[in-house]
Design a protein around this ligand. Structure first.
Ligand code: CP
Ligand code: NVA
Length: 308
């Protein structure tokens, strides 16, 4: 009988905070929660949500996940709390962690998230920062496992901005032994310190490739993945990025070069005709809405382990 396990690390701030074994266990737990073969009860537990940026999927999937565990959520944002008036993170974290059992935080700087974790007496989850989106990667690899059953010989190609989503895919991919290729315009590569960490995890296996050529990156790939060209907080770069990212759209030409059974992923929200064409977004190959659904199951599994 599968049960939530206590994780080695208290917080989930980065895709690096779980071991390979913990990832595989959480994914199994998530699958059982999805098929309703498993029922986990955390009655009366409270998840605090702090969102300094907009969210649909992350917010709602955490709320529903907590409700399915028998618990509840408190949703805070800068305009309706004292956070927006500049109350120090170290005070907010100490207060909220006396009320709540776990906190999920979406903010800009990874260092601010780390500051919350430093002062919180309860587990803190990264619900997206400028640097990483580890909950997204967890659901992404759950979706990949559903399709291919295991991670052996899976090639994941991410085309677009080397942003938070790409950074977490690289780290989680390295821990799960998946070949990850990133194709991005020059100057928009993923975070160099995280690339270095991923290379260390892969050891001497040549399974991480960063390129500026989307055409070579998709050859024989099993998963094609993209995200918006301008992330939240980069709205003023939109026009410039649209020019630079021309040619980095997932379209039928790129898809035809991938494996014939390749699937398409997108973390959403999407801008059709920018990073992905409408035809590919709506195609039979798309697993985009399974991926969005899996946020719920993966986070329910994650929460149940963090609440142990
Ligand atoms: N993919 C994702 O995190 O979506 P939201 O911004 O809607 O939460
Ligand atoms: N890279 C995007 C992801 C949104 C879920 C952003 O940070 O806005």
């Amino acid at each position: 009988m599968l049960k939530p396990i206590k994780l080695v690390k208290k917080h989930f701030l980065s895709s690096l905070d779980l071991s390979t074994e913990e990832y595989l266990y959480i994914l199994r737990l998530a699958e059982k929660l999805k098929t309703k073969e498993l029922n986990i009860n955390f009655k009366d537990k409270v998840l605090g949500l702090i969102f300094d940026k907009s969210s649909t999927r992350t917010r709602v999937s955490f709320q529903v996940a907590m409700s399915r565990l028998g618990g509840t959520t408190v949703d805070l944002n800068p305009t309706t709390s004292q956070i927006g008036r500049g109350e120090p993170i170290r005070d907010t974290a100490r207060v909220l962690s006396r009320y709540c059992d776990v906190l999920a935080i979406r903010t800009f700087k990874q260092t601010d998230l780390e500051e919350y974790a430093k002062w919180s007496s309860k587990p803190v989850i990264n619900a997206l920062t400028d640097l990483e989106h580890p909950c997204q990667a967890l659901a992404d690899f759950m979706t990949i496992k559903e399709e291919f059953l295991d991670f052996n010989d899976v090639v994941l190609t991410f085309i677009g901005d080397g942003n938070n989503v790409a950074n977490s895919l690289i780290l989680c991919g390295a821990l799960l032994g998946v070949e990850v290729r990133i194709a991005c315009p020059k100057g928009y590569e993923p975070n160099s310190a995280l690339i270095k960490k991923a290379y260390e995890i892969y050891k001497n296996k040549n399974l991480l490739k960063i390129t500026n050529d989307p055409h070579s990156a998709v050859l024989g790939a099993n998963v094609l993945y993209t995200d918006v060209w301008s992330s939240m907080g980069e709205e003023n770069q939109k026009d410039e990025k649209e020019k630079v990212f021309n040619g980095f759209s997932i379209n039928s030409d790129l898809v035809s070069k991938a494996d014939k059974d390749a699937i398409i992923l997108h973390c959403l929200p999407a801008y059709r005709s920018k990073e992905i064409t409408d035809e590919i977004f709506e195609s039979q190959k798309s697993r985009i809405f399974d991926q969005a659904e899996n946020r719920l199951h993966a986070q329910q599994a994650l929460l149940s382990c963090l609440l142990q």
